[in-house]
Design a protein around this ligand. Structure first.
Ligand SMILES: NC(=O)c1ccc[n+]([C@@H]2O[C@H](COP(=O)([O-])OP(=O)(O)OC[C@H]3O[C@@H](n4cnc5c(N)ncnc54)[C@H](O)[C@@H]3O)[C@@H](O)[C@H]2O)c1
Length: 373
């Protein structure tokens, strides 16, 4: 997997107590990496980190990415060989409530990570995680490409667009192509998976309501999104990190990571499919359509993943049915209380890797494959 590059590597993950950060940390540990996390506390109750994140091998560092000196000390002491920067305020709704924290965390947090990395003098591959929302959403039907205009209408989206500009400026000013630190950028969105309990995310809202025997309130049943399982973008970040180690020409480049499914699925279809796996006798009763619209919701934003396909030889792994199955099985296992979620989560990661191998994806195969362009 990933050319075996993660075995024995010192990997620094910001945001390791979050939804994606916990999945990434668990996957890195399965790949044989040593992980040093750096984040504030858990993001919800329950949380993915609280359920499966606390492992014996994890260095569970706590700190604020807005505190440059503390972050710099942590990175200098650990001397990472790879960095994944995921720490952020990631919610659109929260960004309306607290734009100052959102901009401070998402923009200056990214600047601080790069500033701290300027002091490294040995090879380090860095993946900065932004979002599909970093693109200026002009509501067209085509997939956005890496060269399209950045922007963002709400505080969260524009904080990610602005973070990208800051990351690009930092790279061009302080990280030369022949230097030891190589930085790539990963853009993805509409991420689903077990262990997400963030507010105003469709599946998280649904399982919260269903676990109390209630239907979930939804606003736009016919809205479509290019949903993807959390392990899809993570496989992209890991493929990018691995490729950066051996391919200096990738330094400074951004990559989109999205689902392979040709069709976008409606919210109501996703919910009825999840509800039937959950055990609703009539899955169409698992949601109620409500009218209130608490904040502006952007229209469809799709990513073109041609660049990742061509340059990284990366592709998504799961089809829609496999995606729904993994998500539903995780939450059903959690709420039934009959499974050890630690082992269950590791088994899902292994299942994902097997699907990737069965699809013949490069990152899931031979050590050399990841190095070829
Ligand atoms: N989940 C999605 O659908 C999605 C979509 C696109 C992009 N992203 C991006 O992926 C990354 C991870 O998202 P997530 O859904 O796992 O978020 P999350 O809210 O579950 O986790 C966020 C993590 O960042 C940490 N954090 C927040 N503020 C911090 C600060 N000031 N200092 C240090 N740590 C801080 C939290 O403690 C947590 O570990 C974010 O950059 C997010 O913008 C997520």
């Amino acid at each position: 997997m990933f050319g075996g590059i993660y075995r024995g590597k010192r990997v620094f993950v910001t945001g390791h107590t979050g939804f994606k950060g916990t999945w990434l940390t668990r996957w890195l540990e399965l790949l044989g990496a040593e992980v040093h996390g750096y984040a504030l506390g858990e993001v919800s109750v329950p949380s993915m980190f609280g359920v499966v994140g606390k492992t014996d091998s994890l260095i569970d560092g706590r700190g604020d990415v807005r505190d440059l000196n503390h972050l710099r000390e942590a990175i200098a002491a650990y001397r990472p060989e790879m960095v994944f920067h995921l720490a952020a305020q990631p919610l659109v709704s929260e960004s309306y409530d607290d734009p100052v924290t959102t901009y401070g965390t998402n923009i200056m947090g990214s600047v601080h990570v790069l500033q701290a990395l300027r002091e490294l003098d040995s090879l380090c591959a860095v993946v900065m995680v932004t979002s599909d929302k970093a693109y200026e959403n002009v509501e067209w039907a085509w997939g956005y490409r890496e060269t399209d205009r950045l922007g963002g209408r709400d505080p969260y989206s524009s904080s990610k667009g602005a973070a990208e500009l800051a990351i690009s400026g930092m790279i061009r000013s302080f990280f030369p192509k022949d230097g030891p630190v190589r930085v790539g950028i990963g853009r993805a969105g509409n991420v689903l998976g077990g262990g997400d309990w963030a507010r105003d995310r469709i599946v998280a809202d649904a399982v919260r309501a269903w676990s109390n025997g209630n239907a979930v309130g939804i606003r736009c049943p016919e809205a479509t999104r290019p949903w993807q399982h959390v392990l899809e973008p993570l496989s992209g970040y890991l493929a990018l990190g691995a490729a950066l180690c051996s391919r200096p020409e990738l330094h400074g480049q951004a990559f989109n990571f999205g689902p392979s499914s040709p069709e976008d699925v409606e919210v109501q279809t996703l919910l009825t499919d999840l509800a039937s796996a959950w055990g609703w006798a009539d899955p169409t009763k698992s949601y109620d359509v409500v009218n209130q619209m608490p904040f502006h919701e952007a229209g469809l934003l799709k990513l073109s993943c041609d660049k990742a396909r061509r340059v990284l030889r990366w592709d998504a792994t799961l089809d829609y049915e496999q995606t729904v199955k993994l998500i539903a099985q995780w939450y059903v296992a959690f709420y039934s209380g009959t499974e050890a979620m630690d082992g269950f989560t590791a088994a899902q990661i292994r299942t994902f890797m097997h699907h990737a191998q069965a699809r013949g994806l490069r990152w899931a195969h031979s050590p050399m494959a990841i190095n070829r362009s």
